[in-house]
Design a protein around this ligand. Structure first.
Ligand code: PMP
Length: 361
């Protein structure tokens, strides 16, 4: 790794592969012989349209997305989807089911209340965000327009290890913080989405994958720029897309493919998260309260039993080039984001630091 860089454990925007940054730097002045920078290229140029189509097909290939799903690159971030999902999926129904497993799914639920009557079928607050009940125990409303859940909760460090069976209710998932870290059966979903800035690129673009059957249900009040169908019909170019961010996302997808695709990312994610959880579990100082089954592989939260040591821990970590490890203010404690682009050496350095710190604590 470049000597000037640190291991950045931010929950997002997060580290990008160094080779991607280098390629973007090398191509900045003149993208592929056009004499134009990607920061300047017209979005309706033949070159950009071809690039956007290539990126779409790469994403389809990486996650084995069937042809009857549209892959949309949309504005508004993850939060934009909190509104777009109800606006586009309620159709002639006025109720939806929500699963709450942490801060983000709670915010999603609050947004949906603007448009529909919401039935909370599971709230992990009951376990202080340490566990998730089986979907078979949830009181799913068979008449709900959809059921929404967050596959991985970035703040609370809670991740599903199964795809809920909703008995026919269309399933929607926020995969913002674990997309491209494991394979899954796409055909189980009506919609899944993820903002880019954790595992796919810089902030500024969000991928929404929508089954074709769900393109005709938008409420009349849906702003055009929030309408899935209009994005599908325009090749995600209703408005001027963030071309540079989209291009960066494409470079990250190329990198994932070169590394061995999603199966390889899945192996790395499992191995590295196990390494950190093992360090936590073997220590007298660190503690992670989450039921091991639902421990996030991407956002590892932990507390120091002696919270007086928090500040020293953060400062000493930073002195070793391990930054952005402070927990979200809503949760406190520590949190490390270990996304695809984090080098193994960063995880090794983190674990070594944690062990060394404990010895001096
Ligand atoms: N969902 C999850 C799971 C997230 O972690 C985040 C952001 N951290 C969001 C949604 C919101 O994304 P954005 O900031 O792009 O709106």
């Amino acid at each position: 790794m470049n000597n000037n860089r640190v291991y950045n454990f931010s929950s997002g925007p997060a580290m990008l592969p160094e080779s991607v940054l280098q390629q973007a730097q090398a191509e900045l002045m003149n993208w592929q012989g056009t004499g134009i920078s990607m920061l300047e290229l017209h979005h309706r140029s033949k070159e950009f349209i071809e690039l956007s189509e290539k990126i779409t097909e790469d994403f389809r290939e990486l996650l084995a997305i069937p042809k009857n799903y549209k892959i949309l690159f949309v504005p508004g971030g993850g939060r934009g989807q909190f509104a777009m999902v109800p606006l586009n999926l309620l159709g002639n129904k006025n109720k939806a089911d929500y699963v709450i497993t942490g801060l983000w799914s709670r915010i999603a639920e609050a947004e949906a209340e603007r448009y529909a009557k919401i039935n909370i079928v599971e709230d992990a607050k009951a376990s202080n965000y340490t566990s998730i009940r089986e979907a078979s125990e949830w009181l799913i409303d068979p008449e709900a327009a959809f059921l929404h859940y967050a596959d991985n909760e970035t703040v609370d460090g809670l991740e599903f290890d199964y795809i809920p069976d909703t008995k026919g209710v269309p399933l929607v998932s926020d995969m913002s913080s674990n997309i491209l870290t494991r394979r899954f059966d796409v055909s189980r979903f009506a919609v899944f989405y993820a903002c880019a800035q954790k595992n796919m690129g810089p902030a500024g673009i969000t991928v929404a994958v929508v089954h074709e059957d769900f393109l005709d249900r938008a409420l009349a009040i849906t702003p055009s720029i929030f309408n899935y169908k209009k994005h599908a019909e325009s090749g995600s170019m209703q408005n001027t897309p963030p071309c540079f961010v989209w291009y960066m996302l494409g470079l990250v997808l190329d990198w994932v493919k070169e590394q061995g695709g999603v199966p390889e990312m899945e192996k790395r994610t499992a191995r590295r998260s196990q390494q950190v959880y093992q360090c936590i579990d073997q220590s007298q100082l660190y503690v992670n309260p989450v039921n091991p089954r639902f421990r996030s592989r991407n956002n590892i939260v932990f507390d120091l039993r002696d919270t007086n040591l928090n500040e020293r821990f953060i400062n000493e970590a930073a002195a070793r080039g391990l930054v952005s490890i402070k927990g979200h203010p809503q949760r406190g404690g520590m949190r490390v984001g270990i996304y695809n682009a984090m080098p193994d050496a960063g995880v090794n350095a983190l674990v070594e630091f944690m062990k060394d710190f404990e010895k001096t604590a």
